[in-house]
Ligand binder design. Structure first.
Ligand code: 7TS
Length: 400
C-alpha cells in the first residue's frame, strides 16, 4: 500500500531501515495529515465558535465539517452525537463521570470484560468507588475468548451499563460485540464499545451495531495525538450531565446558576482541538481514499501471513491463535522474557511492543510476565513481516 505517503517510514533506527510494527500503540501519519496541521496553523488558526471575524468562521466550519465527517465515517444519525475528546481514555473518563452522575447508585453494577485495556477498567473502578457500585467482568474461556454464558449470568436488574473492547489490544481478537449488545439490550441495558483497536482497522457502523456509545482515538488511525471521539446516541447524551465546566459548554451563566449548551457542545468545555479535528478529518479522507475493502483485505492477509510464519518457528507460542484478528498478534518464545526479545528486535530496527500492554488483568489470566506484540497499519507489507521474522530468528539464536 502507500508507504511513500508516510515520511517517518524512511527513517533508519540503529543504522537499519525502520520496520514499524507498533501500530496498536500509535500509528504513523501520512503527508496529507501532516500538511493539514501546517495548513491550519499557517492559514486559518483562530479560536472557533465565538468570533464574527473571517478566520474564526473558517476555523469553525473546519471543526464542524470534521464533526460531520466523523458522523458519516461511523454512520451516526447526526453530527450532534459526536463529541470531540482528547482520545479513548478521555472519552471513557468523561462517560464514566457523566453516566455515573445520572444513572449509577449504591449497589448498581457495571460490566466490563476480562481482556480490557486499563482505560476501560480504571474509570469504572473510580466511579464504583465514588458511588459504592460494583464492577464485574466477563470471564475468559481457556482459549481466551469471552465466556458469553457467564455474561448472561452476570446480567441482572442491578446492571446499569456494559462496556467492552471491540478488538483486544493484546490479542487482536475481534470480540462478539453484536451478541453482547443483543443480550444487554434485551434487558434495556446500554452498551459502550471501546473502538480504540477496531475503528482504525474495519468499518464500524454504530447504527448497524446499535451500540449506545463508541469511543476511539485519532492517533491510532493516522491522525495526530490529542483528538478522539465519544459517540453517544442522542437519547443518552441528552440525559447525562457535562463532565467539565467552562467556556462553550454553557448556555447562560448567572450567579444563581448555569444552564448548559445543546449537544454536543455541552461536553466540549474550553477551546477544542480544532486543528486535531481537521487533521482527523484528513485521516478519514485518507482511509476512505483507499477504501475499507482494500484495507481490511490487506491487513487480514498480512496478519494471517505473520501468524503462519510465527507458528513455523520452534518454541513460539501465539496467543489467541486461530481466532479472527484485526491487525494485532501477541506471542512469546519459550523461556525467553518478552523484554529481551523486544530489545534485540529494536537493535535490528524492528519496533514492537513488549510487556502487559496496559491490560494487566488479562496478562495475569494468561499467566505470563507479558507478551511480544506486533501490530499492523495499512502501510505495512510482507517485506516488513519477513524482516521481522528474520530479526526474530537472529534474536532467538542469540538468546538460546
Ligand atoms: N482502549 C484500548 C482497547 C486501547 O488499545 C487503548 C490504547 C486505549 C483504550 C487507550 O487509548 P488512548 O489513545 O487514550 O491512550 N492502547 C495502547 C496500546 O495497546 N499500547 O499503547 C496504547
Amino acid at each position: 500500500m502507500n508507504k511513500a505517503d508516510f515520511p517517518i517510514l524512511n527513517e533508519t533506527v540503529h543504522g537499519r531501515p525502520l520496520v514499524y510494527l507498533d501500530n496498536a500503540a500509535t500509528s504513523q501519519k501520512p503527508q496529507q495529515v501532516l500538511d493539514a496541521i501546517v495548513e491550519a496553523y499557517s492559514r486559518w488558526n483562530s479560536n472557533i465558535h465565538r468570533g464574527v471575524h473571517h478566520l474564526s468562521q473558517v476555523a469553525t466550519s473546519k471543526h464542524e465539517g470534521a464533526r460531520q465527517a466523523v458522523a458519516d465515517f461511523i454512520n451516526a444519525r447526526s453530527a450532534d452525537e459526536i463529541v470531540f475528546t482528547k482520545g479513548t481514555t478521555d472519552s471513557l473518563n468523561a462517560l464514566a463521570f457523566s453516566f455515573g452522575e445520572a444513572f449509577i447508585h449504591e449497589g448498581d453494577e457495571i460490566i466490563v470484560s476480562g481482556l480490557e485495556h486499563h482505560s476501560n477498567i480504571v474509570p469504572w473502578q473510580m466511579l464504583c468507588e465514588r458511588k459504592k457500585a460494583v464492577l464485574r467482568h466477563i470471564p475468559l474461556r481457556e482459549d481466551l475468548s469471552l465466556n458469553l454464558e457467564a455474561f448472561k449470568g452476570l446480567l441482572s436488574e442491578k446492571t446499569k451499563l456494559v462496556s467492552v473492547a471491540h478488538v483486544s489490544n493484546v490479542l487482536g481478537t475481534i470480540q462478539p460485540v453484536e451478541e453482547i449488545i443483543r443480550l444487554a439490550h434485551a434487558r434495556k441495558i446500554p452498551v459502550c464499545i471501546d473502538g480504540a483497536q477496531s475503528v482504525p482497522h474495519m468499518r464500524v457502523d454504530v447504527q448497524a451495531l446499535d451500540c449506545d456509545f463508541l469511543v476511539f482515538s485519532g492517533h491510532k488511525m493516522y491522525a495526530p495525538t490529542g483528538i478522539g471521539v465519544l459517540y453517544g446516541k442522542r437519547e443518552w447524551l441528552e440525559q447525562i450531565p457535562p463532565h467539565e465546566g467552562g467556556g462553550e459548554m454553557i448556555d447562560h451563566v448567572r450567579w444563581s446558576g448555569t444552564t448548559y449548551n445543546e449537544l454536543p457542545y455541552k461536553f466540549e468545555a474550553g477551546t477544542p482541538n480544532f486543528v486535531g479535528s481537521y487533521a482527523l478529518h484528513k485521516a478519514i479522507e485518507y482511509i476512505e481514499s483507499i477504501g475499507w475493502e482494500a484495507i481490511e483485505a490487506h491487513e487480514r492477509e498480512l496478519t494471517e501471513y505473520c501468524e503462519k510464519r510465527l507458528r513455523e518457528l520452534e518454541g513460539v507460542n501465539v496467543y489467541g491463535a486461530g481466532h479472527k484478528k484485526a491487525g494485532v498478534i501477541s506471542f512469546n518464545i519459550a523461556a525467553i522474557h518478552p523484554f529481551d526479545v523486544g530489545t534485540l528486535l529494536d537493535q535490528q530496527g524492528v519496533a514492537v511492543r513488549t510487556g502487559h500492554h496496559c491490560a494487566e488483568p488479562l496478562i495475569d489470566t494468561m499467566g505470563v510476565p507479558g507478551t511480544v506484540r506486533v501490530s499492523f497499519g495499512l502501510y505495512n507489507d510482507k517485506e516488513d513481516v519477513d524482516a521481522f521474522i528474520e530479526a526474530l530468528q537472529r534474536a532467538q539464536r542469540m538468546l538460546t
